[in-house]
Design a protein around this ligand. Structure first.
Ligand code: NDP
Length: 250
Protein backbone atom coordinates (compact mmCIF):
# COMPACT_ATOMS: atom_id res chain seq x y z
CA UNK A 1 0.00 0.00 0.00
CA UNK A 2 1.42 3.43 -0.97
CA UNK A 3 1.46 5.95 1.88
CA UNK A 4 -0.16 9.36 1.85
CA UNK A 5 2.04 12.41 2.53
CA UNK A 6 1.03 12.73 6.18
CA UNK A 7 1.07 9.04 6.96
CA UNK A 8 3.91 7.74 9.10
CA UNK A 9 5.76 4.60 8.08
CA UNK A 10 7.26 2.19 10.62
CA UNK A 11 9.39 -0.92 10.41
CA UNK A 12 8.89 -3.44 13.22
CA UNK A 13 11.32 -6.35 13.09
CA UNK A 14 9.90 -9.58 14.47
CA UNK A 15 6.47 -8.04 13.97
CA UNK A 16 4.88 -11.40 13.14
CA UNK A 17 4.60 -12.62 16.72
CA UNK A 18 4.68 -11.81 20.42
CA UNK A 19 5.81 -8.33 21.43
CA UNK A 20 6.53 -7.24 17.84
CA UNK A 21 3.02 -8.18 16.72
CA UNK A 22 1.53 -6.17 19.60
CA UNK A 23 3.70 -3.16 18.70
CA UNK A 24 2.61 -3.47 15.06
CA UNK A 25 -1.03 -3.72 16.12
CA UNK A 26 -0.79 -0.55 18.24
CA UNK A 27 0.94 1.30 15.39
CA UNK A 28 -1.77 0.23 12.93
CA UNK A 29 -4.46 1.34 15.41
CA UNK A 30 -2.69 4.72 15.36
CA UNK A 31 -2.89 4.86 11.54
CA UNK A 32 0.82 4.15 11.05
CA UNK A 33 1.63 2.05 7.99
CA UNK A 34 3.65 -0.76 9.56
CA UNK A 35 6.11 -3.02 7.78
CA UNK A 36 6.67 -6.22 9.71
CA UNK A 37 9.85 -8.21 9.06
CA UNK A 38 10.56 -11.82 10.00
CA UNK A 39 11.86 -15.10 8.61
CA UNK A 40 8.67 -17.17 8.63
CA UNK A 41 6.31 -16.11 5.80
CA UNK A 42 3.38 -18.02 7.31
CA UNK A 43 3.68 -16.16 10.61
CA UNK A 44 3.82 -12.85 8.70
CA UNK A 45 0.78 -13.71 6.59
CA UNK A 46 -1.25 -14.54 9.70
CA UNK A 47 -0.19 -11.23 11.26
CA UNK A 48 -1.17 -9.36 8.11
CA UNK A 49 -4.61 -11.07 8.14
CA UNK A 50 -5.04 -9.93 11.73
CA UNK A 51 -3.83 -6.34 11.26
CA UNK A 52 -5.27 -5.51 7.82
CA UNK A 53 -4.33 -3.04 5.09
CA UNK A 54 -1.97 -0.87 7.11
CA UNK A 55 0.28 -3.88 7.76
CA UNK A 56 2.84 -4.89 5.12
CA UNK A 57 4.75 -8.15 5.66
CA UNK A 58 8.29 -8.61 4.31
CA UNK A 59 10.10 -11.90 4.70
CA UNK A 60 13.81 -11.47 5.47
CA UNK A 61 16.37 -13.20 7.68
CA UNK A 62 18.10 -10.25 9.33
CA UNK A 63 21.18 -12.32 10.13
CA UNK A 64 21.83 -12.19 6.39
CA UNK A 65 23.51 -8.80 6.69
CA UNK A 66 24.05 -8.45 2.94
CA UNK A 67 20.27 -8.40 2.45
CA UNK A 68 19.69 -5.44 4.78
CA UNK A 69 20.62 -2.50 2.50
CA UNK A 70 18.41 -4.03 -0.21
CA UNK A 71 15.57 -4.44 2.27
CA UNK A 72 15.72 -0.75 3.22
CA UNK A 73 15.94 0.32 -0.43
CA UNK A 74 12.92 -1.86 -1.28
CA UNK A 75 10.89 -0.28 1.54
CA UNK A 76 11.87 3.24 0.46
CA UNK A 77 11.07 2.46 -3.16
CA UNK A 78 7.64 1.05 -2.32
CA UNK A 79 6.59 3.36 0.52
CA UNK A 80 8.68 6.50 0.07
CA UNK A 81 9.79 7.10 3.66
CA UNK A 82 10.67 5.55 7.04
CA UNK A 83 9.73 7.48 10.20
CA UNK A 84 10.06 4.80 12.86
CA UNK A 85 12.25 1.72 13.30
CA UNK A 86 11.58 -0.76 16.10
CA UNK A 87 14.43 -3.25 16.50
CA UNK A 88 12.37 -5.93 18.21
CA UNK A 89 13.47 -9.22 16.54
CA UNK A 90 15.51 -11.28 18.95
CA UNK A 91 16.31 -14.81 20.04
CA UNK A 92 17.06 -16.28 23.44
CA UNK A 93 19.03 -19.33 24.52
CA UNK A 94 19.01 -20.88 27.96
CA UNK A 95 22.10 -23.01 28.66
CA UNK A 96 24.65 -23.54 31.44
CA UNK A 97 27.55 -21.10 31.04
CA UNK A 98 30.13 -23.80 30.26
CA UNK A 99 27.84 -25.52 27.73
CA UNK A 100 27.59 -22.45 25.49
CA UNK A 101 29.72 -22.94 22.35
CA UNK A 102 31.37 -20.11 20.45
CA UNK A 103 28.84 -20.75 17.67
CA UNK A 104 25.90 -20.52 20.12
CA UNK A 105 27.23 -17.22 21.45
CA UNK A 106 27.85 -15.82 17.99
CA UNK A 107 24.37 -16.82 16.77
CA UNK A 108 22.70 -14.78 19.52
CA UNK A 109 25.00 -11.78 18.98
CA UNK A 110 24.44 -11.89 15.20
CA UNK A 111 20.63 -11.69 15.58
CA UNK A 112 20.32 -9.50 18.67
CA UNK A 113 23.19 -7.05 18.09
CA UNK A 114 24.87 -7.14 14.67
CA UNK A 115 21.63 -7.22 12.68
CA UNK A 116 20.24 -4.39 14.84
CA UNK A 117 23.32 -2.31 14.09
CA UNK A 118 23.27 -3.05 10.35
CA UNK A 119 19.56 -2.29 9.93
CA UNK A 120 19.76 0.86 12.08
CA UNK A 121 22.73 2.13 10.05
CA UNK A 122 20.86 1.78 6.77
CA UNK A 123 17.68 3.36 8.15
CA UNK A 124 19.65 6.19 9.78
CA UNK A 125 21.28 7.05 6.42
CA UNK A 126 17.76 7.69 5.11
CA UNK A 127 16.48 9.42 8.28
CA UNK A 128 19.44 11.83 8.24
CA UNK A 129 18.61 12.81 4.68
CA UNK A 130 14.95 13.28 5.63
CA UNK A 131 15.49 15.41 8.75
CA UNK A 132 14.92 12.81 11.48
CA UNK A 133 13.02 9.88 12.87
CA UNK A 134 12.57 7.67 15.89
CA UNK A 135 14.34 4.39 16.66
CA UNK A 136 13.26 2.07 19.46
CA UNK A 137 15.41 -0.82 20.61
CA UNK A 138 14.26 -3.65 22.85
CA UNK A 139 16.47 -4.86 25.70
CA UNK A 140 15.52 -7.00 28.68
CA UNK A 141 15.69 -7.38 32.45
CA UNK A 142 18.77 -9.51 31.65
CA UNK A 143 20.68 -6.24 31.25
CA UNK A 144 19.25 -4.70 34.44
CA UNK A 145 20.46 -7.47 36.78
CA UNK A 146 22.16 -10.88 36.55
CA UNK A 147 20.07 -13.85 35.35
CA UNK A 148 21.82 -17.24 35.26
CA UNK A 149 22.02 -19.47 32.14
CA UNK A 150 21.48 -16.68 29.58
CA UNK A 151 25.03 -15.45 29.07
CA UNK A 152 24.86 -14.64 25.35
CA UNK A 153 21.39 -13.10 25.61
CA UNK A 154 22.56 -10.94 28.53
CA UNK A 155 25.64 -9.80 26.62
CA UNK A 156 23.45 -8.96 23.62
CA UNK A 157 20.87 -6.98 25.56
CA UNK A 158 23.55 -5.06 27.51
CA UNK A 159 25.07 -4.16 24.14
CA UNK A 160 21.67 -2.89 22.98
CA UNK A 161 21.42 -0.53 25.95
CA UNK A 162 24.94 0.83 25.33
CA UNK A 163 24.22 1.23 21.62
CA UNK A 164 20.99 3.09 22.42
CA UNK A 165 22.92 5.74 24.37
CA UNK A 166 25.74 6.01 21.83
CA UNK A 167 23.29 6.34 18.94
CA UNK A 168 21.13 8.83 20.85
CA UNK A 169 23.98 11.28 21.45
CA UNK A 170 25.47 10.96 17.98
CA UNK A 171 22.16 11.16 16.11
CA UNK A 172 20.30 13.79 18.19
CA UNK A 173 21.76 16.68 16.16
CA UNK A 174 20.34 14.98 13.07
CA UNK A 175 16.82 14.94 14.53
CA UNK A 176 16.86 11.20 15.24
CA UNK A 177 15.69 10.08 18.68
CA UNK A 178 16.87 6.67 19.90
CA UNK A 179 15.26 5.03 22.91
CA UNK A 180 15.03 1.56 24.38
CA UNK A 181 12.27 -0.38 26.09
CA UNK A 182 13.38 -2.93 28.68
CA UNK A 183 10.43 -5.32 28.99
CA UNK A 184 9.98 -7.20 32.23
CA UNK A 185 8.51 -10.69 32.08
CA UNK A 186 5.94 -10.53 29.29
CA UNK A 187 3.63 -13.42 28.35
CA UNK A 188 4.86 -14.59 24.90
CA UNK A 189 6.11 -17.85 23.34
CA UNK A 190 9.68 -16.82 24.15
CA UNK A 191 9.01 -16.30 27.86
CA UNK A 192 6.82 -19.43 28.00
CA UNK A 193 9.82 -21.47 26.82
CA UNK A 194 12.05 -19.85 29.43
CA UNK A 195 9.60 -19.98 32.35
CA UNK A 196 7.04 -22.77 31.94
CA UNK A 197 9.53 -25.64 32.24
CA UNK A 198 11.29 -23.87 35.12
CA UNK A 199 8.73 -23.21 37.89
CA UNK A 200 11.46 -21.93 40.23
CA UNK A 201 12.46 -19.24 37.71
CA UNK A 202 8.83 -18.32 37.08
CA UNK A 203 8.19 -18.02 40.82
CA UNK A 204 11.30 -15.88 41.20
CA UNK A 205 10.31 -13.60 38.31
CA UNK A 206 6.82 -13.03 39.71
CA UNK A 207 8.01 -12.79 43.31
CA UNK A 208 10.17 -9.75 42.52
CA UNK A 209 7.49 -8.11 40.34
CA UNK A 210 5.59 -5.75 42.67
CA UNK A 211 2.55 -5.82 40.35
CA UNK A 212 2.51 -9.62 40.79
CA UNK A 213 1.73 -10.66 37.21
CA UNK A 214 3.38 -11.08 33.81
CA UNK A 215 3.00 -8.13 31.46
CA UNK A 216 1.18 -8.36 28.15
CA UNK A 217 2.72 -7.66 24.71
CA UNK A 218 0.22 -4.78 24.42
CA UNK A 219 1.90 -3.08 27.42
CA UNK A 220 5.09 -2.88 25.34
CA UNK A 221 3.08 -1.76 22.30
CA UNK A 222 1.65 1.20 24.23
CA UNK A 223 5.13 2.27 25.36
CA UNK A 224 6.42 2.02 21.77
CA UNK A 225 3.56 4.18 20.46
CA UNK A 226 4.43 6.83 23.05
CA UNK A 227 8.20 6.78 22.39
CA UNK A 228 7.62 6.94 18.63
CA UNK A 229 5.17 9.84 18.90
CA UNK A 230 5.69 13.59 19.02
CA UNK A 231 4.57 13.41 22.67
CA UNK A 232 8.09 12.04 23.30
CA UNK A 233 9.83 14.72 21.20
CA UNK A 234 12.23 15.69 24.03
CA UNK A 235 13.02 12.10 25.07
CA UNK A 236 16.12 10.37 23.75
CA UNK A 237 18.67 7.87 25.08
CA UNK A 238 16.21 6.53 27.64
CA UNK A 239 16.03 2.89 28.79
CA UNK A 240 12.38 2.56 29.80
CA UNK A 241 11.54 -0.48 31.92
CA UNK A 242 7.99 -1.69 31.22
CA UNK A 243 8.06 -4.36 33.86
CA UNK A 244 5.44 -4.03 36.61
CA UNK A 245 8.27 -2.80 38.84
CA UNK A 246 10.39 -5.95 38.32
CA UNK A 247 13.66 -4.04 37.90
CA UNK A 248 13.23 -2.26 41.25
CA UNK A 249 11.49 -5.16 43.03
CA UNK A 250 12.83 -6.20 46.46
P1 NDP B 1 9.10 -14.06 19.85
O1 NDP B 1 9.96 -15.28 19.73
O2 NDP B 1 7.62 -14.22 19.85
O3 NDP B 1 9.47 -13.00 18.72
C1 NDP B 1 10.71 -12.86 18.15
C2 NDP B 1 10.50 -12.39 16.73
O4 NDP B 1 11.76 -12.14 16.13
C3 NDP B 1 9.76 -13.41 15.89
O5 NDP B 1 8.67 -12.79 15.24
C4 NDP B 1 10.80 -13.87 14.89
O6 NDP B 1 10.18 -14.13 13.64
C5 NDP B 1 11.74 -12.68 14.82
N1 NDP B 1 13.11 -13.06 14.44
C6 NDP B 1 13.96 -13.85 15.13
N2 NDP B 1 15.10 -14.01 14.43
C7 NDP B 1 14.97 -13.29 13.30
C8 NDP B 1 15.81 -13.07 12.17
N3 NDP B 1 17.02 -13.63 12.07
N4 NDP B 1 15.36 -12.27 11.17
C9 NDP B 1 14.12 -11.71 11.23
N5 NDP B 1 13.29 -11.89 12.28
C10 NDP B 1 13.71 -12.67 13.29
O7 NDP B 1 9.63 -13.34 21.17
P2 NDP B 1 9.11 -12.06 21.99
O8 NDP B 1 7.99 -11.39 21.31
O9 NDP B 1 8.96 -12.50 23.38
O10 NDP B 1 10.43 -11.14 21.92
C11 NDP B 1 10.51 -9.96 21.17
C12 NDP B 1 11.67 -9.11 21.71
O11 NDP B 1 11.42 -8.79 23.07
C13 NDP B 1 13.01 -9.84 21.68
O12 NDP B 1 14.04 -8.94 21.34
C14 NDP B 1 13.19 -10.29 23.11
O13 NDP B 1 14.53 -10.45 23.47
C15 NDP B 1 12.53 -9.15 23.86
N6 NDP B 1 12.10 -9.46 25.21
C16 NDP B 1 11.08 -10.36 25.47
C17 NDP B 1 10.69 -10.58 26.78
C18 NDP B 1 9.56 -11.50 27.14
O14 NDP B 1 9.30 -11.66 28.35
N7 NDP B 1 8.86 -12.10 26.21
C19 NDP B 1 11.35 -9.93 27.90
C20 NDP B 1 12.39 -9.04 27.52
C21 NDP B 1 12.74 -8.83 26.22
P3 NDP B 1 10.61 -15.38 12.70
O15 NDP B 1 10.72 -16.57 13.58
O16 NDP B 1 9.52 -15.42 11.68
O17 NDP B 1 11.91 -14.97 12.11
Amino acid sequence: MQSTNQQKIAIVTGGGSGIGLAIAQKFVENEILTIIVGRDPQKLTQAKEKLGNLCVPISCDLTNLAAIPKLVQQILKEHGRIDILVNNAGINMKKEFTEVSDEDFQRIIQTNVTAVFALSREVVKYMMSNGGGSIINISSMASQYGIPKVIAYTASKSAIEGMTKAMAVELSPKGIRVNCIAPGFIATDMSAKALNDDPERKHKALDRTPMGELGTPADIGDAAVFLASDAARYITGVILPVDGGNSIGF
